[in-house]
Design a protein around this ligand. Structure first.
Ligand code: PAF
Length: 273
């Protein structure tokens, strides 16, 4: 992959990069399309990264649909290169992540609930950046904490890549697009749009109520939902990702949520101001 891309770069071909774990959906395609509008070639990596899973069952059951993914990308453009390495290609025999400190961003929310997750993400993204060496890389805001951590990774390791955050792509009923959505039962899929509806109400309330009051309200709403189990709802500073104590006019905030529908874990977030 490096050799192929080095040859293209010598011919002044600009390379954009969309890292994925496959099971591609419209959310991924929106990143690819944005990339195609800003680069000559887009590399899409498809790699289910074992070191970022804290739950073995989730790793085993994670959808793997490489053939369909390649076909789908082929319908979008012929300026796309798919890079689908094996676990051995990336890790050799030592499937371990590097340990990272991301200025505390790694301890909040997903970091608190998914042990080692961001070490795994940092390891694979750094490795893929070394291989692909893109000018620009595209990440969805659905994983907003991941996006901020990757910005920090690039800053700490002085990696010459421009990180571009892309708006969350949603189904018509508001559910944030995710590869895990395909694993929801019909009933859970019907219940799941409640997550985004609640975020929209929370945003409305944040204009007039304290973060604590909004959080209490959200927790109460989820207690009335038999199919959805709230793991966390946090209103946090967009930059530090620390939970807000008292609102300040000069800061921006986002609400972050993680919910179980059956054994499927869904996350979402929304800008509040
Ligand atoms: O967001 C994802 O799909 C993954 O975390 C990523 C960035 C491809 C790393 O495995």
């Amino acid at each position: 992959m490096s050799t192929c891309l080095d040859t293209l770069k010598k011919e002044n071909v600009s390379i954009g990069f969309v890292p994925t774990m496959g099971a591609l959906h419209d959310g991924h395609l929106s990143l690819v399309e944005k990339g195609l509008s800003q680069n000559d070639i887009i590399v899409v990596s498809v790699f289910v990264n074992p070191t970022q899973f804290d739950n073995e069952e989730d790793l085993v059951k994670y959808p793997r649909t490489l053939e369909d993914d390649v076909k789908l990308l082929g319908t979008v453009s012929n300026s796309i290169i798919v890079y689908a390495p094996t676990v051995q290609d990336i890790y050799g025999e030592d499937i371990k992540s590097q340990f990272f400190v991301f200025d505390g961003l790694e301890h909040e929310m997903e970091g608190a609930f998914r042990d080692g997750h961001f070490d795994g993400v940092g390891t694979i993204v750094k490795r893929l950046f070394e291989i692909v060496k893109p000018e620009k890389a595209y990440f969805g805001e659905k994983d907003f904490q991941q996006l901020q951590i990757i910005r920090k990774l690039v800053e700490i390791y002085k990696i010459p890549v421009n990180i571009i955050g892309c708006a969350i792509h949603r189904a018509e009923d508001g559910l944030a697009m995710s590869s895990r959505n395909t694993r929801l039962t019909k009933k859970d899929r019907e219940a799941a749009p409640f997550i985004y509806k609640t975020l929209l109400f929370a945003k409305e309330q944040f204009g007039i109520k304290s973060a604590t009051k909004v959080t209490e309200w959200v927790e109460k709403q989820f207690k009335k939902q038999p199919l959805l189990e709230l793991e966390y709802f946090t209103i946090a500073d967009t930059k530090t990702l620390k939970p807000v104590k008292r609102k300040s006019k000069n800061k921006t905030y986002r609400a972050f949520i993680a919910v179980y529908a059956g054994d499927i874990r869904l996350i979402d977030n929304i800008a509040l101001n």
